[in-house]
Write a protein that binds this ligand. Structure first.
Ligand SMILES: Nc1nc2c(ncn2[C@@H]2O[C@H](COP(=O)(O)OP(=O)(O)OP(=O)(O)O)[C@@H](O)[C@H]2O)c(=O)[nH]1
Ligand SMILES: [Mg+2]
Length: 646
């Protein structure tokens, strides 16, 4: 619970009457008689629970402090002095609390001992119209005097009633506590305090202080002044940290139970207060989030100018990194920090940079802003080239596992595919998924083609290479799910440790290996004669190679660069390559060219072999046929230059 209201209206006095604790503990506060820093107290409820209380300053100069305090509140007491009535910070605090999403509270009219009944009624009427259409509409308005203590029982009752109606914050998910105070206590060391926004930690939990990546240790924790072993959402707590330098600690830092990615850009819905300023297309402002303030530039996305009282979708650029979560509220003030302009809610903590405000972009954003959680999830998935995991999305949007599974099973837009594995769900845009499947199939297909006698296909690791150099668990997990999907569709199957096209099978054993080298040797041994298929076939058969296998082996030899196919004949590549050089060198000397029989004499081969070789070289373009003669081409010359080392 927190206080709110104009300076000197009796907030701190009320808390003292309620709890016996004086929140104005600083010397400076005593001297000036006003609250300057956030004050902390607690109140024991009749059910035994402790209610943490934050007392805020009312002074116009300390609105930023008030915002930091209000950021963790679930319930508020708006304090208004009966003799003064509604004052500027009464209104400003009310607007800030509204924008921060506080939903419970009531009103206390203090200093009622100073005014008469008639005046009281007048002030009450004014307050009634002030809170109309706000979260305080219709809530109790309690007359109180710190002098006579009238109204104190009614205030206690209102607190009890509202506390009962407050939804407890979920202790699940990310732990977040933004540091609002830090001090050093002799014998203990560094102590930080704050309100737990979400999650839960135990004394032995791993915690981090952000920005920073080092794990820090908890020595001691307190909740409402008493030692505790755990802190959960909604608690006000203090944490005694060890192993950390005082200089490394700042107000506004975030204590969390995992390392988060910071951002310097968010997409948000922004509302401007009816009083205040208009915003241009680009505006420089101060933004208050958690217990920190940031210099930001706000880019209006769905309008060119935002009027007072208006609402816009904006992209906010931070001058320093911020740790924010989906759904976080913030307040904006003008650069000189004397005017609160409005505030809003973050709906994307890792947006793309919207440089151009296209119609498509706007339609997409509007859908996200006005749509349900599944639209937000879909938008996040569409934005990412790689799939997102259920864990990431649950974390990003702070939703419960059950709700996520429910969305995945029945509420996702049609262009999003969800792949379920035993312990993870992967979400990816459908068109990207289909494209990825086609790529994988094609890749395996080409591999088979080039390796006709390979029984295996492509491994998971090799397939992952298709999706970029970086390997990570998500990619591997997703790929596995996709391959399983392809296997279920009977497009691929698993062979040893690799994936092959469905139906693919080859068995290479020692026998086959011998058979392959037999065929190769046959080609090689033919020398300057043409290796005749009519001889190769029966010879192969005696080695147990049937015609089909022979073709496969010959294909394999071609793939390995050991053989060439010319017409329906197969020549060993070493012969083809050697004769090419001999021929080209001879042609270089003999300008008029060579006939077939001259070539035959040159290499001492049979006529058929010579014809085959010449047709091969013609095909390659290194020779040219002119009547009965072969001449060397320009390509032949350069081939010779590059390949003749002799
Ligand atoms: N007569 C009378 N005086 C009161 C009452 N409540 C508070 N005061 C006096 O009003 C003055 C301001 O009270 P605070 O409680 O400090 O006011 P505050 O709202 O906390 O002020 P800031 O924190 O500076 O915004 C003190 O002198 C109080 O004694 C009341 O019910 N009756
Ligand atoms: Mg005060």
């Amino acid at each position: 619970m927190g206080t709110a209201g104009h300076i000197d209206h009796g907030k701190t006095t009320l808390i003292r009457k309620l709890t016996g604790i004086d929140c104005d503990t600083h010397k400076e506060e005593k001297q000036r008689g006003i609250t300057i820093y956030l004050g902390f107290s607690h109140y024991k409820l009749s059910n035994g629970n402790q209610l943490g209380i934050v007392d805020v300053p009312g002074h116009a100069d300390f609105v930023n402090t008030m915002i930091a305090g209000a950021s963790g509140m679930d319930m508020v007491m708006l304090v208004i002095a009966a003799d003064a009535g509604i004052m500027p910070q009464t209104k400003e605090h009310l607007q800030i609390m509204t924008i921060l999403g506080i939903q419970k509270g009531f009103i206390v009219l203090t200093k009622t001992d100073l005014v008469d009944n008639e005046y009281l009624e007048l002030v009450e009427e004014e307050i009634g119209s002030l809170v109309e259409n706000t979260f305080l509409a219709g809530t109790p308005m309690i007359r109180f005097s710190a002098v006579t203590e009238t109204g104190l029982p009614e205030i206690k009752k209102a607190i009890e009633d509202i506390e009962l109606s407050c939804e407890p914050r979920s202790a699940e998910g990310l732990f977040r506590l933004y540091v609002d105070r830090l001090f050093n206590k002799a014998g203990f060391g560094n102590i930080v305090t704050g309100t737990v926004i979400s999650g839960q930690i135990h004394k032995n939990s791993k915690v981090f202080l952000l920005p920073g990546s080092e794990q820090i240790r908890i020595r001691r924790m307190e909740r409402h002044g008493a030692e505790t072993n755990e802190l959960s959402a909604g608690d006000r707590g203090s944490i005694n940290l060890t192993g950390i330098n005082k200089d490394a600690l700042h107000r506004g830092m975030l204590i969390t139970d995992r390392i988060l990615q910071s951002t310097q850009m968010v997409d948000a819905v922004l509302n401007l207060f009816p009083e205040g300023l208009r915003l241009k297309l680009w505006s420089q402002c101060l933004l208050l989030h958690g217990t920190s303030q940031y210099e930001v530039r706000i880019h209006l996305l769905d309008c060119n100018e935002l009027q007072q009282g208006g609402e816009a979708i904006v992209q906010i650029h931070f001058s320093t990194p911020i740790f924010a979560s989906f759904g976080d509220r913030f307040v904006i003030r003008n650069s000189s920090s004397d005017l609160t302009l409005g505030g809003g809610e973050i709906f994307d903590t890792r947006p793309l940079h919207h440089k151009r405000r296209t119609k498509n972009l706007l339609q997409g954003l509007q859908k996200v802003v006005t749509g349900d959680i599944e639209e937000l999830i879909a938008a996040e998935v569409r934005k990412n080239l790689l799939p997102l995991t259920g864990k990431e999305l649950i974390f990003l949007f702070g939703i419960q596992q059950d709700e996520f599974l429910q969305i995945v099973s029945s509420r996702l837009p049609e262009d999003i595919v969800a792949l379920n594995t035993e312990n993870e769900t992967y979400l990816v845009a459908k068109n990207r998924y289909e494209r990825n499947k086609r790529r994988v199939l094609k890749y395996i297909q080409v591999f088979h083609k080039q390796n006709p006698l390979e029984e295996t296909g492509k491994t998971l690791e090799e397939l992952a290479g298709l999706f970029g150099k970086e390997r990570n668990d998500t990619l591997i997990g997703f790929l596995n799910a996709m391959l399983t999907d392809l296997a279920e569709q009977k497009k691929i199957s698993k062979q040893n440790n690799s994936w092959v096209l469905f139906g693919h099978s080859v068995v290479i054993n020692d026998v086959l290996r011998d058979q392959i080298s037999f065929v190769e040797n046959f080609l090689l041994d033919s020398g300057m004669k043409t290796p005749l298929m009519s001889e190769l076939m029966p010879a192969s058969e005696s080695k147990g190679i049937d015609q089909e296998l022979l073709i496969q082996i010959l294909k394999l030899l071609i793939f390995r660069g050991k053989a060439y196919r010319i017409d329906d004949n197969y020549l060993h590549s070493s012969i083809v390559d050697k004769m090419r050089i001999i021929l080209l060198k001879a042609l270089l000397k003999k300008k008029e060219g060579l006939t077939v029989s001259e070539f035959r004499d040159l290499i001492d081969g049979n006529r058929k072999l010579c014809l085959l070789l010449l047709s091969r070289y013609d095909g390659e373009g290194v020779t040219l046929r002119k009547g009965d003669y072969r001449m060397i081409t320009e390509k032949g010359r350069s081939f010779l230059r590059e390949n003749d080392n002799a």
